[in-house]
Design a protein around this ligand. Sequence first.
Ligand code: SIN
Length: 543
Amino acid sequence: MKEELLAPISKRDVEKAYDLVIVGSGIAGLIAAYYAPKKSKIALFSKDALQESNTYYAQGGIAVALNPDDSPELHYKDTISVGAGFNEEKIVKIVVEEGIERVKDLIKMGIKFDKNNGLSFTREAAHSRRRIIHAHGDATGCEVATVLIEIIKQRDNIDIYENHMLLDILSNENKAYGATFLDVKTKKIKIFLSKYLILATGGAGQIYLHTTNPLTATGDGIAAAYRAGARVMDLEFYQFHPTSLDIDLTQRFLISEAVRGEGAYLLNSYGERFMLNYHPLAELAPRDIVTRAIFLEMLETQNKIYLDLRPIGERKIKERFPTIYKKCLEYGIDITRELVPVSPAAHYFMGGVETDEFGRTSLKNLYACGEVACTGLHGANRLASNSLLEGLVFGKRCIDAISNDNPSENNLNLKEFTLIKKEYPLEKIKEKMLHLKNVMWEKVGIMRDEENLNKAKDTIEKFLEEFQNIFINDKTFFEFKNMLLVSYLIVNSALLRKESRGSHFRIDYPTSKDEWKKHIIWEKEKEVIYCEINSLPSFKKNC
Ligand code: SIN
């Protein structure tokens, strides 16, 4: 599919040149900034305030095999088993082993994880051990992000640009050399040149009607990388978290899986513990299984599903889950006494920009880490709390790679690019965005089939056509275009994968098939690329 740049380019808009541009202020971007050489001139960009990332809101914690009864081998086994036989095994090994050192680094930086005679470990779904470290009970991401941001702010060699939305990655002859940003406050389009770029822009949960992700998660990084010519893969695998607070809210609030790890039950509207009918691990079955079970129970009973936290006990609830306790109380639910209505919501994108084991993408000088990247760690379904660990490991690995790679000499050829500027009511864009989110939720969500996927594809194609070659200088418009592109790639991947595996469930192809043990990879203006699992990266193999 041909996709031009999102915004026009003019030489007049060049602002500054850096050694390294990092886009994104979640754990992966912050860690990259932390390990980046202090002699390099670095720019760190975030679309909103630095805090506004999925990392900041992460409740559960970080999975790491540091408990005396645990081992990297067990962590590896659990990750592979949940990933539905689709993980890149080499990457899993790297993350579970190296993650231990990276977590120790976090502790040395001053991040305070909860303790109980040593580190306190909780359990989450499909972990065979208590393995999840956490901070302030259920505010792990907030502690990690806050400490890292404080450290980064003190670095003289790092310029921080908040409220700057990534528009495009500039590339020439398969080499990235800069990026354009929208200064959200002034609406100025700015170009920053750089020897290297690290994409750490996070996920795309906002393409779905219901999501636990913040408003910033509109798939900007994946869309920009694709437009620049980088390969993207595994886009049919989107994880839906089973338990977001199901009350009338525009933004879904997550009820951490850790509450089930500490003993909370799921009940249907008859008060029955239905998970026992779906999987021997019941509430702690892999996340995709719990999500589908809730979805089916909701359909069957035509009613709500509830979490019962009372078995945990009042004192422990308040101690371990203070954020969830307070938030629910704000909405009139006392979780120490009352049942909590929950339902699934889009939570984590397993797919993303294809990288090698050092975060290199198929474009020279462009690296990716965190949720925007697809290293193959998660396979078809992510093991809970493995994503902060991945961001930690790969944020540093990108810097290691950059220290070893020579920047490809860029034939800096900043070509002017024009687009027709249109006046278009923003309200109309917002209506279309909501339409897209509904279509993605209903037709490309937890359960999929050919007919509905094709209907979604038709809608998306119509929108893409309507807005082709048009440019409205507004963040909402740029986000909408990114959401359309990412949705288009998801739908096409989901149509191609004629099997069910992990989070991708096809009602018309309900089983997994060995012949489908291959990644679906897209590159602009090319036919689909297939690559067998455990043979990535595809771009070093001429496939
Ligand atoms: C949670 O706290 O349930 C989320 C953890 C995760 O998604 O890894």
